[in-house]
Design a protein around this ligand. Structure first.
Ligand code: TXA
Ligand code: MG
Length: 315
């Protein structure tokens, strides 16, 4: 069900969940101070309770409402990357709901770079807990239509168009005046290092891993195989008895293939923007096997490789 801005605000204030647009992916939002509403997010997503939620705020000035500590480095990073696809994990104030933080001592915060949602946050005065608006382990939604297809027509959606970044935010955890990368996103480690003036610390024992980074995640329903070269992909298809479709990420469109394929030019921001849309579309073909020609293993592709590797994981 589509709702407008005022209806979205009324529902959120009444403790209901509403799917909202962000520049990364659509989020399933609820008032971050209302535990009953937070439980509703977990229920609709069928998400395990040990997987904490990101709080979306309208302005960096709201950080002290949630975080017990906001180090100079954390403030520098927030000012550099907000509004934007960047999430900061900070020590939580005692007042922050344990349902929201899944009993972690920390809270994840982000100012999203989407004008309609910034307007929603400012006009409502709410802080909104919002995980991606998909069922647990399934593909993230980048349009209102994806949300309705994944969660059902009864879910309220505020349509803000197609997401421009297209994959989930970079997550950074602060440990004192150091930082650690918990999830790759389109704000790269190199960009953060340049602003921080120092590299990430790796594997510090006092830094939490992002819970909920399950291997099988971001997955289409159709099994997905990953390939490093077009020849091996086409050879697989030719020798397979299964009906295949492919996502080809390459410098040039592939020669005519005798099976369905979506081509994305090998530019990382463009691939990120269209990645989930392409996977949703391939999944809807109801073929037996999806094949993906992978981008190169280099730093600017890490976030996309991470999503594809998880989507393609098999146990
Ligand atoms: O771009 C995004 O981040 C999107 C949009 C809607 O903002 N949200 C999103 O939420 O991707 P979700 O719930 O699908 O992923 C959030 C990740 C989870 O892996 C969770 O474990 C981690 O953030 N996280 C949340 N709170 C945390 C905390 N206190 N400590 C460590 N990791 C945390
Ligand atoms: Mg998610």
């Amino acid at each position: 069900m589509q709702v407008n801005l005022n209806q979205a605000i009324a529902k959120l204030k009444a403790g209901e969940v509403v799917a909202i647009p962000t520049e990364t992916v659509y989020g399933l939002a609820a008032d971050a101070t209302n535990e009953q509403a937070l439980r509703q997010i977990y229920a609709v997503k069928q998400r395990p309770a040990d997987n904490p939620l990101i709080v979306h705020i309208g302005d960096v000035a709201q950080v002290p409402d949630w975080a017990a500590e906001f180090s100079p480095l954390a403030l520098t990073l927030a000012k550099a990357f907000w509004p934007g696809p960047f999430t900061l994990v900070l020590p939580a104030k005692d007042s922050v709901s344990a349902v929201l933080r899944a009993n972690e001592p920390t809270v994840a915060l982000r100012v999203p770079g989407h004008s309609l949602t910034l307007q929603l946050l400012k006009e409502s005065g709410l802080a909104l807990a919002a995980p991606s608006a998909n069922k647990y382990t399934q593909l993230s939604p980048t349009t209102a239509a994806h949300v309705l297809a994944g969660l059902g027509e009864q879910v309220a959606v505020l349509d803000g168009g197609a997401c421009q970044v297209g994959i989930e935010s970079t997550i950074v955890c602060m440990a004192g005046n150091n930082w650690q990368l918990l999830r790759h996103g389109m704000i790269t480690e190199a960009q953060i290092r340049a602003v921080a003036g120092k590299p990430a610390i790796v594997g510090a024992s006092n830094v939490p891993k992002a819970p909920g980074q399950h291997l099988l995640h971001y997955s289409p329903k159709t099994p997905l195989k990953l390939f490093d070269g077009l020849p091996s992909l086409t050879a697989y298809q030719q020798n397979s008895t299964q009906i295949c479709a492919a996502l080809i990420i390459d410098d040039y469109p592939p020669p005519n293939l005798d099976f369905s394929c979506i081509y994305l030019p090998k530019k990382n921001a463009e691939v990120a923007e269209h990645l989930y849309e392409a996977l949703h579309r391939l999944d809807a073909l109801n073929v037996e096997q999806l094949l993906v020609l992978m981008p190169p293993n280099s730093p600017e592709w890490l976030a996309i490789l991470d999503r594809l590797n998880r989507a393609g994981h098999k146990d």
